[in-house]
Design a protein around this ligand. Sequence first.
Ligand SMILES: *Cc1c(COP(=O)(O)O)cnc(C)c1O
Length: 379
Amino acid sequence: MGFSTDAIHVGQEPDPSTGAVVAPIYQTSTYVLEATDKSKGYDYARTNHPNRKALERTVAKLEGGDFAYVFTSGMAAIDSVFRLLRPGDHTILSQAVYGGVFRLTTKLLVDFGLEFSFVDTSDLEKVRQALKPKTKMIYVETPTNPTMIVTDLDATSRLAHDNKLRLVVDNTFLSPYLQRPIEFGADIVVHSMTKYLNGHSDCTGGAVVLTRPDDAEKIYFVQRSAGAGLAPMDCFLTSRGIKTLAVRMQRHNANGMVVAEFLDSQPKVKRVIYPGLSSHPQHRLAERQQRGFGGMITFDLGSREAARNLLNHVHLCSLAESLGGVETLISHPALMTHASMPPEVRQQVGITDGMVRISVGIEDVEDIIADLDQALSHV
Ligand SMILES: *Cc1c(COP(=O)(O)O)cnc(C)c1O
């Protein structure tokens, strides 16, 4: 079946007991057993429940993986992946990872003996130079947030496997409709489902999609032992959102391109970073490994003052963190999503004070442009 059909039907079969086309929300913490050693497949909602199982089947199918586990947030999902490691193990991460991943690794997981190096993973030579005897994982975000740097998934997975490492890819920015890292050899894909997969900004959620049964078993063990599995209502909302993923992404792509070209034509905008523009240094690579360029655009207004003037005058675009929803969201990475990154690190990874990040929604694109146009007049 095609992607859109799978997004609507896999894991979403009619409820066998009533015929309901949409499965009910199993809002219960516990399940009656038929005998001490006999259940109907469920015993306690931390361990598993039907809404979670349904969503996990959908997400595994859409990413082309064999297993998926869903968590209360993207960060809980990502945290579970680092628990595959042992003290002393080393991980190479993309330089400009999501701010929360930078905080989790450098402020929390280092205290448990894990070691992390941040390198520009778009440069394979730099990744090779960062390898150590205890390197166990390469963790890539592509495109990066908010610098929109693209990493070659095919080449990186070959490097990882030549060195017996796992390749983990954060696919939040594109969703499986636009990029399927497992097809390029990734072993694990992580998501903040809060973003495009849900698409409606009404709950947080995270996913880990895997190909290796040994890793899958461990992630499931973490999910039921540490207890951060996604709750029934939130699974239901995310499953509902996923049904329209394909049409939403088509519109995000179309609107993203129009907004990127508009910004590119504005004299007050110093630079537009969008892999869909031929000016993007990795436009060709993005074209090769993505099925579209998505709705995330970063642009530079040259100074914090100019960025603040724009952000304080938008009306339709909401000044908010997060991304990937139907509504257009606009933010200032240095002050908001990446505030936990020290200024010198921000500078090193290319996050400037004049940068603005926009998650282009699926409203009428003329309305988005009119709002940006009037806000730019205040810059
Ligand atoms: C939002 C985000 C996360 C974290 O997800 P939460 O659901 O907020 O915990 C991780 N990676 C990327 C790329 C994100 O945008």
